[in-house]
Design a binder for this molecule. Structure first.
Ligand code: COI
Length: 382
């Protein structure tokens, strides 16, 4: 491990107690309990943030150093910092779940750590080792543990959403990998990603935009991919849709993913199909878990190319009985409609299909400690 402990003095942001690796610099102005309780009662998604954040710096000469948990607050960045000009940035999405006994756990963080490393390689950023990545989640959640919501019932899907990210902070306008990089983790109490909870979402099929091309950054979790999806997302919203679906950039016929979620198609004969990872699709942790849970249930998971025509014809003929989206933030969300310039396809009514509902329940039951963690997916954070 790379970091050294440090101690002392209780001024805002000054070092006090050390954790295993992260110097703790607690805020002198924690959120009042009453205000925190109000936020936790209705957190929405990504609107409120906890009292602290993790920060670790990397420099070309010294590697990773100065790891700390410090008060949450604005960053000081030079206006010439390369992230602001060339988008050298990556991020992750991870959730912390409170179990009935009060303990706090996270789900398959080693997969997020591995993906973060793969994203770093693609964006020419330094890799952060998996132990430090997981320790950073533990350090922040231990400090802000009171911000992890306690779900009021099994139907409530509240958690603390953790957002690790890495930015190129070197002051330099030449186009080259930065020699100074900062890693942060911030945390945000979260309810369901979509307003209105779990109900089928409507999808706009983008015909003007593609998300990714082979050799590009489609399989990396980098801000640029999401920035590039926003014009299409705006188009989706202008058509009254919740999300946008992208097709491949070469033939414009193979289904890839939504703006921030993977897609699954449930066939009446027991097959469950998701687009294969061809380098243009994000390797979702929820996607991988759904493939495993579906196989456990005796379904036949298939990772393969699926065309927009197969989607449309399959739903129209009844061969495809359900379509759902999945991701850390969205968990499993049924797709209700697919809308495009010249077509409207109803994929689900009511609260979605039985297979998606069952997989969603199984996943949440494992995450919240209500079912046996038979695949060893959970890691305790606090
Ligand atoms: C996640 O599911 O964690 C993501 O990063 C997707 C984002 C659109 C919220």
């Amino acid at each position: 491990m790379l970091f050294q402990a440090l101690s002392t003095s209780p001024i805002d942001g000054e070092p006090t107690v050390s954790t295993q690796q992260f110097d703790l610099r607690p805020t002198a102005h924690p959120t009042e309990e009453r205000i925190r309780a109000e936020i936790l009662a209705n957190p929405g998604f990504g609107r409120y943030f906890t009292d602290h954040m993790v920060h670790v710096r990397w420099t070309h000469n010294d590697g990773w150093h100065s790891a700390m948990v410090r008060p949450y607050g604005p960053l000081t960045l030079d206006p010439a910092a390369s992230v602001l000009h060339y988008a050298q940035e990556i991020f992750e999405g991870v959730k912390a779940y409170r179990h009935a006994d009060g303990s706090v756990w996270t789900f398959r963080p080693e997969r997020n750590a591995a993906r973060f490393q793969a994203s770093a390689r693609r964006l020419a950023l330094p890799e952060l080792d998996s132990d430090t990545f997981i320790a950073s989640l533990k350090a922040l959640v231990s400090q802000d543990v009171d911000w992890v919501p306690t779900p009021a019932s099994e139907a409530e899907e509240s958690s603390l959403y953790l957002r690790p990210f890495m930015i190129a902070s070197e002051k330099f306008l030449g186009v080259k990998p930065a020699k100074q990089v900062d890693y942060y983790v911030i945390a945000s109490p979260a309810a369901a990603y979509f307003k209105g909870g779990v109900k089928p979402v409507s999808i706009w099929l983008s015909s003007h935009y593609n998300r990714a091309a082979r050799g590009g950054t489609g399989s990396a979790k980098c801000g640029g991919n999401y920035a590039a999806s926003l014009a299409a997302q705006k188009e989706a919203e202008a058509h009254g849709c919740d999300q946008v679906a992208f097709l491949d950039a070469v033939e414009n016929q193979w289904v890839e993913e939504l703006g921030g979620m993977n897609l699954f198609f449930v066939f009446r004969d027991g097959r469950i199909v998701t687009p294969a990872l061809t380098g243009t699709i994000l390797e979702g942790v929820t996607r991988d878990s759904v493939l495993q849970l579906a196989a456990d249930d005796g379904l036949q998971p298939e990772e393969r190319a699926i065309s927009i025509d197969e989607w449309r014809e399959g739903v129209r003929s009844g061969e495809i009985s359900e379509v759902f989206a999945c991701g850390t933030a969205a968990v499993i969300t049924p797709v209700g409609e697919l809308i495009s310039e010249d077509d409207r396809l109803v994929c689900a009514e009511g609260s979605g299909g039985e297979v998606g509902k069952s997989l969603r329940k199984q996943l949440l039951d494992i995450q919240y400690g209500r079912a046996e963690d038979r695949h060893g997916w959970l890691t305790r954070l606090a």
